[in-house]
Design a binder for this molecule. Sequence first.
Ligand SMILES: Nc1ncnc2c1ncn2[C@@H]1O[C@H](COP(=O)(O)OP(=O)(O)O)[C@@H](O)[C@H]1O
Ligand SMILES: [Mg+2]
Length: 362
Amino acid sequence: MSILSVTGAEKRYGSINALAGTSFEVEAGEFYCLLGPSAAGKTTTLRAIAGLETLDAGRVVFDGQDMTGQPVQGRDMAMVFQTFALYPHLTARQNLEYPLREAGHDAGEIRQRVGEIGELLRIAHTLDRKPSTMSGGEQQRLAIGRALIRRPKLLLLDEPLTNLDAKLRHDTRAEFKRLHRELGMTIVFATPDQLEALTMGERIAVINEGWIVQIGTPRELYAAPADRFVGTLVGAPTMNLLPAAGSDGKVALPFGEIGNGPWSKTLADFPAETELLFGFRPHDIRLAGPEAGPALRVDAKVHLTEPLGDITVLDLEAGDAVFKMVLPEEEAVQYRVGDRVAVEINPDKTLLFARDTGAAIR
Ligand SMILES: Nc1ncnc2c1ncn2[C@@H]1O[C@H](COP(=O)(O)OP(=O)(O)O)[C@@H](O)[C@H]1O
Ligand SMILES: [Mg+2]
């Protein structure tokens, strides 16, 4: 059952269309990610849900109630801002107590809940300190604690990890999943980071220029992106994209011709020489085996090697094309820049896009 629905949300700031008809639904208890680049409309969407922003058109329905145009107060939701927005002159404990005092809870209840949140978020040892004396990660957990302490039904998180260092971001992703499991709360999490969205989101809405481009599970977005934008946004290293031409259900590439892809049937109806973009992921390329199989075999030259510890990214040249391939470290050690390498591209895993619109062909 959906607990939150945003329908046809529009918001203009002068000549800027921050939201251009955004629609999506979030299920109760879901960890829902809004993934999009800077200026896509993520913050505006969250602010509209929280009632901090008035929409020019469209509706926000939460928990069965139409919230459009309703005041901020009384919504059973809380928002954590990218900048944390803590009260600097109050201690961590006072920051946590504040929303409960506002809501008129008694002293015993307040003490108990602050204790619980301190334990849950592992900031019990910082409660008597001011935010400026706490680490970035502790401040961030305090900001989340302040949002959670009222036990809202819906938690809106606006890039809460963006201002943390890489190690802390990694650890905090796991923390968020744990919190979500333990609290059973509905979360809408906005991020520009595809890795955060893929690792935490049960479903992801990809947003660009105020539009929802595609909604799906991490697997769906990765395997079947609706267009070139989603295809290159999701997955790291970025999907390889080569200009190509299609005819008769086959695709002509700078290093050969490939058929039997999931797009073959549809492509057969396109005019000959249709301008295409051929997509294949660095993880889906294999070293060629001794026997010829159904995969496209490509003789390439190593242009660059980028060791990343457990894996190595190879930049390969073939024809006048350059593309990336991911290899386990132990297989990659044998290759040097300038070496020849034969690889295979499995047609099943390839993607095709129209060059003019970017729409996926399948
Ligand atoms: N208060 C505002 N005044 C003018 N323009 C705004 C305001 N808030 C957002 N915008 C513009 O709306 C667009 C969407 O912004 P935002 O929702 O903050 O995107 P995101 O959070 O995805 O980076 C951007 O072009 C931004 O510059
Ligand atoms: Mg933002």
